[in-house]
Design a protein around this ligand. Structure first.
Ligand code: 4GX
Length: 296
């Protein structure tokens, strides 16, 4: 869905111009350097949805990234705007038609850079390769991406093959459609673009705990419902605190994610497909600590 074209707000001779111009939420044209996201869906009204809030929303208004939502029904080619048909071989549900989805993909890719690796078409599906922070980083380094959101039982396999669509899963569970997974992927990618995260949310310290789950976090009050903040965190010994956090992160990873722990200890993290890093979030006070919401 393209934003509304900016119209003159005055019909008079003179058009007064405020120094800070209001910008449409979704500009028609992405400025050079903006990360361009195209979404193919039969539910365009779901976008920008949650992506209009907070950091991704601010970045969208700032044109750090752009969102173009295309209604797959526009490519149906019949007056009933039918996009699906019954599954070959029988069975329940409906399948999205290859020709309709192909027309939507071809339209989306028409003005994308020809290098497919830099602008992939991704189909969100539980059958896909699990999304990793490593893949998110690669996508964020590109120029943009096109996301195909399926409904019903999915899309005809032939269009995935013919258009070299990459299948990606956000987890081993089944949602009603690919729109929410698409939003999750967009959020993960956009936050890595320059200018999206402020200092407080920076990913600078992520290498500290690379490949590990994050250590627990605490804030005031020091005693809550009889539970104290671990004493070490109130000691002011920064080296000791960093050591404690690392050991917490290691313990947690060993216990909850033996797969990540194996990758971490075997030194395969960062390898082509071995990178299952989760701890991208700031390890906040690892470097001096800061309170985002209030001053100490
Ligand atoms: N990670 N969904 C896809 C349609 C569908 C159904 C069956 C293929 C086979 C999902 C996920 C996810 C819901 C998106 C079903 N496609 N996507 N959709 N988990 O659950 O990415």
């Amino acid at each position: 869905m393209a934003g509304e074209p900016s119209k003159p707000r005055s019909h008079g001779m003179f058009q007064p111009r405020a120094s800070a111009q209001p910008r449409p939420l979704m500009p028609d044209q992405a400025p050079a350097g903006a990360f361009r996201v195209k979404v193919l869906t039969i539910l365009p009204e779901m976008f920008p949805g949650a992506l209009a809030a907070s950091l991704t929303g601010r970045a969208l208004t700032q044109r750090i990234w752009s969102l173009e939502v295309l209604d797959i029904r526009e490519f149906a080619g019949n007056k009933h705007r039918t996009v699906d048909d019954t599954p070959a071989g029988g069975g329940p549900g409906m399948v999205m038609c290859a020709h309709v989805v192909a027309a939507a993909i071809d339209h989306a890719q028409a003005d994308a850079p020809s290098d497919r690796a830099r602008w992939p078409v991704i189909y969100l599906s539980p059958r896909g390769r699990p999304l990793t922070q490593a893949r998110v980083r690669e996508l964020a380094a590109g120029a943009g991406l096109t996301l195909l959101c399926g409904r019903f039982e999915g899309v005809d396999q032939r269009v995935l093959e013919a258009r070299e669509v990459e299948e990606v899963s956000i987890g081993d569970f089944v949602l009603t459609g690919g729109e929410i997974p698409a939003m999750a992927l967009i959020d993960a990618v956009v936050r890595l673009r320059p200018g999206v995260l402020g200092n407080a949310e920076s990913t600078e310290e992520e290498s500290f705990s690379r490949g590990l789950l994050e250590h627990p976090h605490y804030t005031r009050p020091p005693l809550w419902e009889g539970r104290a903040i671990p004493e070490i965190l109130l000691s002011g010994h920064h080296a000791k605190i960093a050591e404690w956090r690392l050991s917490q992160a290691e313990g947690l990873t060993k216990q909850r994610r033996p797969d990540l722990w194996r990758a971490h200890t075997s030194g395969t993290e960062g390898a082509a497909d071995g990178d299952r890093e989760l701890s991208d979030a700031p390890t906040s006070a690892a470097k001096g600590g800061q309170t985002k919401d209030r001053e100490r």
